[in-house]
Design a protein around this ligand. Sequence first.
Ligand code: PEP
Length: 251
Amino acid sequence: MASARKFFVGGNWKMNGTKAEIDGIIGFLTAGPLDPNADLVCGVPACYLDYARQKLPATIGVAAQNCYKVAKGAFTGEISPAMIKDIGAEWVILGHSERRNVFGESDALIGEKVAHALSEGLKVIPCIGEKLEEREAGKTEEVVFTQLKAIVDKIPADKWDSVVIAYEPVWAIGTGKTATPQQAQEVHGKLRQWLSDNVSPDVAQKTRIIYGGSVTADNCRELAKEADIDGSLVGGASLKPDFVHIVNASQ
Ligand code: PEP
């Protein structure tokens, strides 16, 4: 990665964990040692956000894995950015492929969520990525640019410091099939160019674009060497002690 952008690693716990298991994760993260030059944020299930925030060191960020697009009201089962902030968490992951593909979230809804979360002062990790059939049909760029545009259109000019974009090819998530560093770099480079052309060269240079999809302690270093890969978003491997190596991949 380019040295001007701080390495960023997100751990997405998905719908995993009990208090006892979370204590174990907090234990290995606290023991580290973690690279002080990397940002680390854990994506925690909603019911454990408060618990994790209270127990994790302040140097480790806490993210919700989703939130709704308005402040409060009759939206049974949803949580708002204001609630996430109220318990002391700072981040939210939005538009994860599981939200898109299991729960049917549209580009438009994800854009609205990004807008509201930013307006409430949360930092956001919006996710984009193509499915296998889209890649095989040569549609990767078209898909990720469309997804990115729906998000970018909702980001005010003064909020870019609160955004970390995650490129997560759907075929690589939870499958053990990591994109090669070259495959990932190719898309990251195009995303950065798109930001330069459609937002500004400054935003393109400063915004972190992280890769997600079967990142492990074995492949994280090669990915981290690529010029436009500024870190990773990690599912399964973020639950295990090896995650420390992934956080330290740019050292
Ligand atoms: C994810 O949940 O964002 C993810 C990339 O999962 P995994 O690392 O398990 O592929």
